[in-house]
Design a protein around this ligand. Sequence first.
Ligand code: SF4
Ligand code: SF4
Length: 702
Amino acid sequence: MVGIHLSAQVASWLVTSRNLYLAIHVLGIASFLYIVSRRLVPLVRAQCDPRFDRPVARLGRVWKYWLGQWKHPRYKFAGTLHILIFAGFILLALRAFSFLIVGVSPNFVMPGLSGEMGHVYDLATDYAATIVFLCMVIAVLRRLVFKPARYAVPARFGKSRTADAVFLLGLIAVLMVADSVYAASHAAKFAQQSQAVESLAYLSLPWVLQVAFRSMSLATLGGLIAGAYLAHEITFYFLLCYRPFGIQFHVETSLFSIYFAKLDRGTIKPVRWGVADENLDQVKSFGVKTFEDFTWKHILDFYSCADCGRCADNCPAYAVGRPLAPRFITTKARDYAFHHYPVLGKANNSKALIGTIYSEDEIWSCTTCGACEEECPLLVEYIDKIVDLRRGMIDDGNVPQSLQKPLKALESRGNPYGKMEKKRADWTKPVASQLNGNVPVLDGKNAADTLYFVDSITSYDDRMQSIGRATARILTQIGTNFGILGAAEKDSGHDVLRFGEETLFMALRDHNTEAIKESGVEKIVTADPHAFNALKHDYKNVPPVEHISQVLAREVKAGNIQFNRIDDSDKVYVYHDPCYLGRHNQVYEDPRHVLDAIPGLKRVEMQRSRDRSFCCGGGGLMLFYEPKEDQRMGVVRVKMAAEAGANVIVTACPFCMVNIEDAIKVAGMEGKMSVIDLTELADQQMIRDVCPRELETATAGG
Ligand code: SF4
Ligand code: SF4
């Protein structure tokens, strides 16, 4: 259309119809602006969210995730389809605008697209319209015939959106056909009048239609041109105004949603942006209770979700039958927004979200594993929203029964087990003789460069204490001048924060920060990814922290650590990525590097590994929560390891260890599958002069 020269008859017809087209333009644009302004009302009433920093990083995100469609190929077929449609839309945008303007200004040619350039553009867009049309046909067939499981909506989460999706896909197909019919009938008419006409792209939809229209009379072709133009105009504006009522609103909002997406992995948003911790007592209500308690960005997320189902498809809670699927957290909120903030009429008063659109169990079911956020092509956020909803429940006193005891114990004793503070360093006793003395407690009498932050589970759980001892032996072996906080250490509070207990988290954080500062250390090492994430992202002003797998990998690369050969040829190892080491902190290769440095170790990969790892079920105080579920996440994970051909699961997190060890028993796979922590394996295989490897056996029960 950009380069097509209109025949005099068509031009005159367009001139006489100009007022009609002008009226359609004005009505269409005004309606769209009005609808969008109404959609903005809840964003204006929502909580603030400072997302205007770091413009370069944000533009980089737009470049990569919006224009580059970076995440789409994670689902090969649907991703390719989406990339083709997106590229087609980008190409066709100028053609569509030219098309609209031609109605009121018949001789309009888009600047820069006249002559040869315009002809090349027309050929490209002939193909683009064809490809988008074919993609629509395929997408409709997928929705109606092949029905991928991830599009299904279980009854408990609402009603199917297939009809809406198919209707919208159909409208886009109509738009492409109208565009092509216009181009084809126009070209056919020129040809019949023996006027010079630019050729249409060979075998494109306009080209095929032109061949079909060849024998039509001039009058019929004139009618087709008028009809196609009108159909295109009406469909274009109908689509524009209909999209803000459903899943296709993402066409307008996704660019903004991606630009304003969260930049800092592993963090949790504050209770209220702009309110300092010391002023939190002035905040009347914590967290999200009503719709307006969400931030404007989180409401923008609700508008931007394309309902593709990828988040739920990767959610471990959904996979094991818990009452949670991230996709529906969004779609239920969007439906709520559309209902309570109607385009026509007044906004309704907001009701409490828990008990109306969300259930308590649904919100407690999340492990904060981050798989949903990792997968979403539009960077929709979930963890902050879920934590905010939990803060709201905690503020109202709604704490699950099974979590009340550990929370009280954390408050009074600094650990969820209610054990004595003075016993926090008891795990070190069996290793004292082999480390040439006790692990130093940095209590003012001892000093060290490095703090080994142990955290509660490794300090108190009999089985996990082995990880602590292995870590201490590794640090000693590589000559680290380290110590622990002992009784002065409290739980890092990582999962307390994600559980929504802000005040308790702040007390734990402040206590530990003070103790760390007093210890005078310059570095922190931990073997617990939850503590690692807390110290790295939730604490401020503490020395830099490393996970032990990073230390091990560095020492292996430097040649300071060498391993004995694994002689058991029957053992096949697989590494399970802990969520708070992998997805939240991007430590994927270091643990694998350590494993691959052990001579004779046979290692396989699970299909769901690295950023697609499947949560063991241990995050967010889940060790103490009893969710409604069909099976345990750990059991699913153990089966995945078996499917990969492994019989030893290596992990690098005490929470994963507890869950997987338990899951092996539940799945009846004892003797066929075992689990070991990376520190235990490294410690066991390490070549050394001191520290006999039989230590654990010798000191068992000691
Ligand atoms: S963070 Fe994990 S458990 Fe929570 S909704 Fe997302 S995928 Fe599901
Ligand atoms: S949140 Fe993202 S991944 Fe989930 S359904 Fe929406 S667009 Fe898809």
